[in-house]
Design a protein around this ligand. Sequence first.
Ligand code: NDP
Ligand code: X2W
Length: 353
Amino acid sequence: MTYTVAVAGATGYAGGELLRLLLAHPDLEVGAVTAATSAGTRLGEHHPHLPALADRVVEPTDPATLTGHDVVALALPHGHSAAVAERLGADVLVVDLAADHRLVDPAAWRAFYDGDHAGSWPYALPELPLAGGERQRHRLPGLDAGAPRRLAVPGCYPTAVSLALAPGFTEGLLEPDDVVVVAASGTSGAGRATKAHLLGSEVMGSMSPYGVGGSHRHTPEIEQNLGAAAGGTVTVSFTPTLAPMPRGILATCTARVRPGTTAAAVRGAWEDAYVAEPFVHVLPEGRWPRTADTLGANTVHVQVALDERAGRVVAVAAVDNLTKGTAGAAVQGTNLALGLPEPLGLPSAGLAP
Ligand SMILES: NC(=O)C1=CN([C@@H]2O[C@H](COP(=O)(O)OP(=O)(O)OC[C@H]3O[C@@H](n4cnc5c(N)ncnc54)[C@H](OP(=O)(O)O)[C@@H]3O)[C@@H](O)[C@H]2O)C=CC1
Ligand SMILES: CC(=O)N[C@@H](CCC(=O)OP(=O)(O)O)C(=O)O
């Protein structure tokens, strides 16, 4: 059976990556493609790398255009998803690539975002290990009658950081109050709209931090995920940095270990957590993740070491912010919600060098 997917925000980076993945998927096909100011233009103007869709006309993002599809993917700026979703039937699978429905705690939303909290939807990070031995995939909707037909796609940094550190929390190896993360992102993470700090002359050949001092909006999402892994509260100091590359995230995450934690216990925890996961690869000992190895792939590359002198675990994860960090996760969650094999149609080979 083939399912049709409407893509709202189709002219943006996340929408474009989703369209690329849909073109390669055997059971999903591209339906309406919509945007705002770009309505009436052809998709080829925005995504020349997708010639199969070049003549598609971009439509306005309204209920009339979006209804009649099995799946509606919302790759819109934050704050728009709820209003669109509430005008779609409860039977339509709505997949939100924006942040609007990721946070469970309204107070956390209010502390980091503008506008009202739109409520939380099932969180599409299937591989996330949880306290008690479950995985997040067990909490995602399937085809059961009455299951919610709504999915929240994780943020790109939270995908990398949460998968990098979660095994240490489910296994009780890490202290919950001493976690420090510094992550570098390619510029496509900021979207396509022109922003002064993203001008080529300011980004090329330079790296810079932003959202410093615990102010980045992915902090509560990371803490929510690691808290679910730990079965309690986890506090994270998170600093993002902007790297002179178009895509990719490298997250370097350190956490203080509990007394008595050995290097063998650390290695075993991480390997056991992901040995059966098709998209999360714990690299062989001594090899460290590189963003290039994950580009265009729905993969996360992870490595971990115990810094015995400092008493800290160092876990590093690489992802493509647009693939596993956004559009790939949307497809993976859609597969689960439609009862398709979870990895169906998703690339696991990167583009290096
Ligand atoms: N870039 C990334 O790495 C990631 C992005 N995301 C999320 O995905 C969403 C899209 O991000 P991204 O693709 O980077 O952003 P872009 O700025 O590249 O694209 C935004 C898209 O939304 C459309 N749009 C803007 N305003 C409206 C509106 N009011 N109604 C309908 N459509 C509108 C734009 O259309 P138009 O051409 O007409 O302006 C464009 O298609 C965001 O919520 C972002 O947080 C999530 C994880 C990672
Ligand atoms: C480099 C860069 O600017 N990255 C974005 C995060 C990527 C993203 O879009 O995440 P959301 O889905 O949560 O918005 C940022 O730091 O805001």
